[in-house]
Design a protein around this ligand. Sequence first.
Ligand code: FES
Length: 126
Amino acid sequence: MEANPPPSHTITVHWRQEGRVIRHQVPEGAYILRSFEEQGDPLPFSCRNGCCTACAVRVLSGSIDQHEALGLSRELRSRGYGLLCVARAIGPLELETQDEDEVYELQFGRHFGRGRVRPGLPLEEE
Ligand code: FES
């Protein structure tokens, strides 16, 4: 006897950089980025491991399983950001893409551009 296929969910992405709204059915538990690629819509990415923020999105409605998103702080997750490369479909979802620098700046910006790096010494605040 053949097992029933998993249910699929409607995932809508507002692809801001391209000025397009794209929508696909993604099987429950499947990676959204990969599923969109397989259906002809390759969204922005870089590392594909949840570590770089190139695939950052903001959740407009619904929720995603992104327990593998190591590169996104808990605070940004709670503010509705997600990393699409490691996000799995768990229900209907509407997202919008973000500029890579937007999420990068929110997460890391405050840690860079301060002080001098001197060999063997801690970072010097200016
Ligand atoms: S592609 Fe790097 S975090 Fe998703």
